[in-house]
Design a protein around this ligand. Structure first.
Ligand SMILES: [Zn+2]
Length: 335
């Protein structure tokens, strides 16, 4: 199964740029920015990086964020992610970028865009196509919504395909961001908010109703509402499921206990994703293997998960068709 999962051409739909920073990337950043106080020694950094609990995860996340000062740092981050994706035979990823956090940290918008663009070109040379989702850090409120929308609309970098909403859900209602999502959709961006990761199904309903979500980030709690699962299945609204992330943040007890089985049984379009992979000790191949093992899936079911991600992506149709053909070929040659 391991070599089968590797051979499948894969698509990643839910990965945060800052949260994708692996050890090599952070070492490079730490050596470039010693003032940040992040360990520049590999062994020491590995200890700092090891997942302990959610609070420590946030500490590591903000330490990485604090070293992102200019275009070279963004370039380093994007190329580090692309190398990791290429290693796993991931061909395409929609990467979540949170411009508001970089801009309020003092980075110039032009530097952010230049780093994204040069990183995207380098990724393409590695055989990995990248697209961007600009997301609102919900906990920063309406001003973050306004600024994220303004930046997305005025800059509109190549590869920007979608508009998201992240951060904590508790006390951060989805509906208040509706005007920004309306305007983003009018500008041709797809709506992909996080919902139902840490709160119940009502948040997912709100994302669908108020933000016209075309995909749901996580959607873990949808299984608590059979009517919602039926609706998601009927409308073909995919979920960006991140199993290891959900276990690490204690939304679910284990991969075995993850509602992904109920989602699949209800006919919901499930895609597998990593969220903040090195922080959670996750890889996309690892997610496929973990779910296959926990659910006792065969090759055809695993290939279906890979197909789901292709179909749920915002790739042009010809790219979707060629990836689907390649998946079918891998399945056929596996017997
Ligand atoms: Zn996320």
């Amino acid at each position: 199964m391991r070599s089968f999962v590797h051979a499948l051409p894969k698509v990643e739909l839910h990965v945060h740029l800052v949260g994708s920073a692996g050890l090599d990337t952070v070492l490079e950043l730490a050596r470039r920015h010693p003032e940040a106080g992040v360990p520049a020694d590999r062994a020491e950094l590995a200890r700092f990086y090891a997942f302990r609990d959610f609070d420590h995860f946030l500490k590591v996340y903000w330490a990485v964020q604090s070293m992102l000062k200019g275009r070279a740092d963004i370039h380093t981050l994007v190329v580090g992610l692309a190398r990791e994706l290429a290693r796993q035979n991931v061909r395409y990823a929609e990467v979540t970028v949170t411009p508001y956090n970089h801009l309020t940290d003092g980075m110039a918008g032009d530097d952010l865009l230049a780093g994204l663009e040069s990183g995207r070109a380098a990724a393409s040379a590695l055989g990995v196509d990248l697209a961007w989702c600009f997301d609102i850090p919900g906990e920063k409120g309406l001003v973050a919504g306004r600024e994220t929308l303004a930046f997305a609309r005025s800059e509109r970098p190549a590869g920007l395909v979608s508009f998201g909403l992240g951060g904590p859900e508790e006390g951060v209602g989805r509906a208040q961001f509706a005007p920004f999502f309306d305007a983003a959709r009018e500008a041709g961006l797809h709506s992909v908010p996080h919902a139902g990761e840490t709160t119940g199904p009502e948040t997912i309903w709100s994302a669908l109703r108020d933000l016209r979500a075309e995909r749901i980030g996580h959607g873990t709690s949808c299984h608590e509402d059979p009517r919602l699962m039926e609706h998601l299945a009927l409308k073909g609204i995919p979920l960006e499921v991140c199993p290891t992330s959900n276990v690490r943040t204690r939304q679910v007890a284990s991969i075995e206990a993850h509602p992904v089985r109920r989602m699949l049984d209800a006919g919901v379009v499930v895609t597998l994703n990593t969220d903040d992979p090195p922080f959670f000790g996750a890889t996309l191949e690892g997610e496929y293997l973990a779910v296959a093992t926990a659910l006792g899936l065969g090759r055809a079911d695993v290939a279906r998960l890979a197909e789901n991600a292709v179909l749920a992506s915002f790739l042009p149709n010809d790219r979707k068709t060629s990836l689907l053909e390649e998946i079918a070929g891998v399945l056929a040659s596996a017997g």
